[in-house]
Ligand binder design. Structure first.
Ligand SMILES: NC(=O)c1ccc[n+]([C@@H]2O[C@H](COP(=O)([O-])OP(=O)(O)OC[C@H]3O[C@@H](n4cnc5c(N)ncnc54)[C@H](OP(=O)(O)O)[C@@H]3O)[C@@H](O)[C@H]2O)c1
Length: 175
């Protein structure tokens, strides 16, 4: 069993995700950092405890590559931060099917694919684990003038699913 814990961080090339990468490296974690263009972002370089994976998190193949990288390189998955997110603002009547497809892909599919793989690995390891999904306070507390209705539909999607996961049919506490 790996002695050093391994965390997966999505949306890691900038902003909150990049900050988390640095914080967990400083705390002695192995980190698998992913975004569509993380290797070209110039922010991080592959190193002993840091693996970088390029890919769209809405695609199952990206999630598979991230999970496989963690296991083959570091031997475990102990934590996941679902941080990658897309936020589009426009009046509700102007959202297009293509907008909705992009929002769903990043904010919902991206959450599901990697969370499933992380939970499977955590169950196999039998040592627990943590999964954090970053949403936004706007999902519960909309602000007049911030036209983000369909962004919020997709950002909020992980909240009820987290609650449902807490009490699955197998009575394990996933959430
Ligand atoms: N900043 C805020 O004020 C705020 C407020 C509320 C909630 N949040 C939430 O907090 C999280 C982080 O916010 P942030 O402001 O730090 O984000 P950000 O600066 O906009 O960065 C987004 C990150 O996600 C990656 N990304 C975007 N779409 C992706 C996709 N389809 N596949 C893979 N990676 C993708 C981007 O990298 P690539 O371009 O290389 O893919 C980037 O690393 C988001 O979920 C956001 O909704 C932020």
């Amino acid at each position: 069993m790996a002695t050093q814990k391994t965390i997966l961080i999505t949306g890691a090339s900038q902003g909150i995700g990049a900050g988390l990468v640095n914080t967990f490296l400083e705390r002695g974690y192995n980190v698998v950092a992913t975004s569509r263009r993380i290797t070209g972002s110039g922010r991080f370089r592959e190193a002993g405890h840091l693996a970088l994976v390029d890919g769209d998190i809405g695609e199952a193949a990206t999630a598979a590559k991230v999970a496989q990288t963690a296991i083959s390189r570091f031997g475990s998955i102990d934590a996941l931060v679902n941080n990658a997110g897309l936020f589009l603002t426009k009046p509700f009547l102007e959202f297009t099917p293509d907008d909705m497809r992009k929002l769903s892909s990043t904010n919902i599919d991206g959450f599901i694919h990697l969370t499933q793989l992380a939970i499977k690995q955590m169950l196999a390891q039998k040592s627990g684990g943590s999964i954090v999904s970053i949403t936004t306070s706007l999902a519960d507390h909309p602000i007049a003038g911030v036209n983000a209705s369909l962004s919020m539909v997709t950002k909020a999607a992980s909240t009820p699913s987290r609650r449902a996961l807490r009490w699955s049919s197998s009575r394990r506490r996933y959430g």
